[in-house]
Design a protein around this ligand. Structure first.
Ligand SMILES: [Zn+2]
Length: 371
């Protein structure tokens, strides 16, 4: 791991080096996490520090799995066998709280897309959702999760007021055509209707939810009644209340300020935030697949780079030790798509924005760099 590199350690973290151990080495990850988070809260992290924050969080994830005596392999098998308990389609916004944890008994896939939209058929994002639905058990759940202060909903309201003219960005235009209404509730409801019409949900319970961080909970906007949905929401809200009780949470969430955007494969057995042990407002998320990235993903990434000042994009896909070449070629196609956007290509070429690539090791939960 990268923690031994002295130049990446700040002074306060370096002070802990002598008194504690990290993987038998110099530094305790808690000290690194605390120090990097403080830096993140007060300004922007360098590329190396952003990477280090993710690795330190992942170390925590690996340690938790080890303590529980579990590996992500069995969860991954449940996905492949079509035994998923739920699918959540949630906004890319970094303030959206993670819904799973290492301790979760239920297994879900979380697809992250700007404005929690269900896009048109024929796009990779739509195919990801369709594929995910096919992996849910017959009575598993499909949930659309909107949230208060959604940038995509606000952008759409402005765009409609201005006469729905082209914005100059094809990907943003494509996204704005998929968002609906003037409130996150309206939008979540409309996306639920689209999901029911186009994703082949069968008789599976489904619901539109809205996450309100001012009130620290997820609220059911509409659901075809299912005790399972209510139970899951109750369970999630325990985690929401716990996060809200941490000192400074409200202050941190007032403004969106992620240090990285994660483009995560659509079949990870835990959410990216759980894999990276990320707190709210640390990682902006979108979802990719072997079919590639599309306008929805590009719009998310552009927003994070252009409006939120993110300088680090990371790709994460599940894998075993032997399949790096398949993961690598998928990542190459994602990168190629990003290079198709002139503005993103410029930021990558100048070195202002960097891409890191990781395989999520299914036997340990560790993220391992992929060439
Ligand atoms: Zn949003």
């Amino acid at each position: 791991m990268a923690f031994h590199k002295k130049e990446q350690l700040s002074e306060p973290a370096a002070r802990h080096r002598k008194s504690s151990a990290f993987e038998g080495r110099e530094l305790h990850p808690d000290a690194i996490l605390a120090d990097l988070r403080e830096k993140h809260d007060s300004g922007s992290l360098s590329h190396a520090q952003s990477l280090m924050l993710m690795r330190a969080g992942n170390y925590e994830h690996v340690a938790r799995l080890k303590k529980l005596g579990i590996t992500p392999v069995s969860r991954y098998e449940r996905i492949k066998e079509g035994q998923l308990d739920y699918l959540v389609i949630a906004c890319s916004d970094s303030r959206v709280h993670r819904l799973d944890s290492e301790e979760s008994a239920s297994v879900g896939i979380q697809i992250r897309v700007a404005g929690n939209v269900v896009p048109k058929s024929g796009t990779p994002s739509f195919d990801e959702m369709k594929e995910a639905v096919s992996r849910i058990r017959k009575d598993g759940m499909v949930l659309i999760e909107g949230h208060v202060h959604c940038g995509a909903v606000k952008e759409r309201a402005k765009w409609v007021e201005g006469g729905m003219k082209p914005t100059g960005s094809e990907s943003l235009d494509a996204l704005l055509h998929e968002v609906f209404g003037t409130s996150p509730d309206d939008n979540a409801l409309a996306q639920l209707t689209k999901a029911r019409e186009t994703l082949g949900l069968g008789s599976r319970p489904s619901a539109a939810l809205c996450y309100d961080w001012e009130d620290s909970h997820v609220r059911v906007v509409k659901s075809n009644y299912s005790a399972d949905i209510d139970n899951l929401v109750v369970q999630w809200n325990k985690a929401h209340r716990k996060a809200a009780a941490e000192e400074g949470t409200w202050e941190r969430l007032r403004q969106q300020k992620p240090h990285a955007i994660a483009v995560a494969a659509d079949d990870l057995p835990y959410s990216v935030a759980t894999i990276l042990h990320a707190r709210q407002n640390e990682v902006f998320c979108t979802t990719g697949s072997a079919k590639g990235l599309d306008a929805m993903d590009e719009a998310s990434i552009l927003y994070a780079l252009g409006h939120l000042g993110v300088k680090h994009i990371t790709f994460i896909a599940p894998g075993t030790a032997t399949d790096d070449s398949a993961i690598s070629s998928m990542f190459d196609s994602w990168k190629k798509r990003l290079y198709g956007n002139r503005s993103i290509a410029g930021m990558l070429d100048s070195g202002e924005v960097v891409i890191s690539r990781f395989r999520y090791d299914l036997s340990t939960g560790k993220i391992v760099a992929v060439a």
